[in-house]
Design a protein around this ligand. Structure first.
Ligand code: ZN
Length: 124
């Protein structure tokens, strides 16, 4: 299975994210009839406010006794990318409040890197 967006916002605790991930995985297990998860590849945007090591810790706590208890968590970093509303260039951004590297405007619309999603599961 591929590409499932995990809902999140910056006030959300990693424990809540971990519980959501588990819920998504368990729903997929029912739908696709698998009983073990070996590896979970998770895309984490640079602008997504997700603390990866905190998420890893929380996830290992919530999967205890579930089909994902032996799963390995692999993070894939997604760079922050935005489109400047002022000059219309696309630029790399490290934070949500970054300035455009071309014209210096702060009016930047985020186009990538503000999300977290499960890219792929290796299951059996
Ligand atoms: Zn600009």
């Amino acid at each position: 299975m591929t590409g499932i967006q995990v809902e999140r916002d910056c006030d959300m605790h990693e424990m809540t994210l971990a519980e959501q991930m588990l819920q998504i995985i368990e729903e997929a297990a029912v739908a696709q009839n698998f009983t073990q998860v070996r590896t979970i590849w998770v895309e984490v945007g640079q602008l997504s406010c997700v603390e990866k090591e905190a998420l890893r810790f929380c996830f290992s706590a919530v999967v205890d006794g579930t089909i994902a208890r032996q799963a390995r968590l692999e993070f894939i970093d997604i760079k922050g990318r935005g489109r400047c509303i002022q000059c219309e260039y696309e630029v790399d951004i490290n934070t949500l409040y970054a300035a455009c590297s071309v014209c210096g405007s702060h009016a930047i619309q985020v186009i990538a890197g503000d999300e977290m999603r499960i890219r792929e599961l290796e299951v059996e």
